[in-house]
Ligand binder design. Structure first.
Ligand code: OGA
Ligand code: FE
Length: 279
């Protein structure tokens, strides 16, 4: 673990440990708060790490090296109340941003999640909360499934012959996100062969797969303290590149920042998920 410095805060993160009985790990999407079916069959393990506030040093972290990159660019659309309006207004401007930044030939947004923190509320559909476990949104295989799911059969096979990525665009809503900020693990400190565990994601619509992350003392965690709605971060979740010098994913999670101002407003954020294609 790196030593504490002026720029770091201690944060408790929840890493993966496999189910004790050797069964395949799963997480179930919480759609029914009265259900007694367990939401998962494994127990997250707590570790306290030093998390560095990189404000002023944002340029050291790029999408293809660290796996994430911070930008300052206010959104034209700022109300974030209605899902259809978000799709009509916020999706196109965000797809344009991702395309300009990455130089991709095509960007297809396929999902968004709004999180508004409510104290004591468990994460559930319609009341999504900051995420408490270190994860990557897609595994290599569920990333490819996403292309087949969201693009017609006449296009998906050709698109998959070229480089493609899954990138999230994460942005605070309405006020700075001092409360439960998002922390990202620098890809250069990840052991891509050994740190990941595929976990089934069971929802009423489909059985997907995400990665949970095993503790590794080499991991270096970063955050941008007090990120404002005028700022956003791109998070790489998948990259089909075969170039071993390029990031292919970034573990991330929310954490309770002990240095957050006491009277700060509960975190509100929106994240978009994008398929990013290249010629
Ligand atoms: C994401 C994500 C967690 C959070 O954007 O993919 O995991 O707490 N967000 O915002
Ligand atoms: Fe995520």
């Amino acid at each position: 673990m790196p030593s504490a410095t002026l720029d770091t805060v201690p944060g408790t993160l929840f890493y993966f440990t496999p189910p004790a009985d050797g069964s395949e790990p799963y997480n179930r999407v919480n759609t029914d708060p009265t259900s007694t079916i367990p939401l998962s069959n494994w127990t997250p393990q707590k570790y306290t790490v030093h998390i560095e506030n990189v404000r002023g040093k944002e340029a050291l972290f790029t999408l293809d090296e660290a796996g994430f990159q911070y930008f300052k660019h206010p959104a034209r659309y700022t109300s974030f109340i209605d899902d259809d309006e978000i799709k009509a207004e916020y999706y196109p401007e965000s797809a344009d941003l991702i395309q300009k930044i990455t130089g991709a030939s095509r960007v297809v947004l396929f999902d968004h999640t709004i999180r508004r923190r409510i104290l004591g509320q468990v994460d559930m559909v319609g009341k999504r909360q900051p995420v408490k476990e270190v994860h990557v949104d897609q595994t290599a295989s569920s990333a490819i499934s996403r292309v087949h799911l969201h693009l017609p059969p006449s296009e998906a096979p050709e698109l998959l012959k070229h480089r493609f990525q899954i990138i999230n665009l994460w942005r605070p809503i309405s006020h700075p996100a001092f409360d439960m900020p998002l922390t990202l693990c620098d890809y250069r400190t990840v052991d891509k062969e050994n740190d990941l565990a595929a976990v089934a994601r069971i929802s009423p619509e489909r059985r997907g797969e995400t990665y949970r992350v095993k503790y590794n003392p080499q991991h270096r965690w970063k955050y941008l303290k007090g990120m404002t709605p005028e700022e956003f971060v791109l998070i790489k979740c998948f990259d089909s590149t075969k170039d071993s010098g390029v990031s292919i994913f970034t573990p991330h999670t929310a954490f309770l920042d002990p240095s957050a101002p006491e009277d700060t407003l509960p975190r509100e954020s929106i994240e978009l998920r994008a398929l990013v294609f290249y010629d």
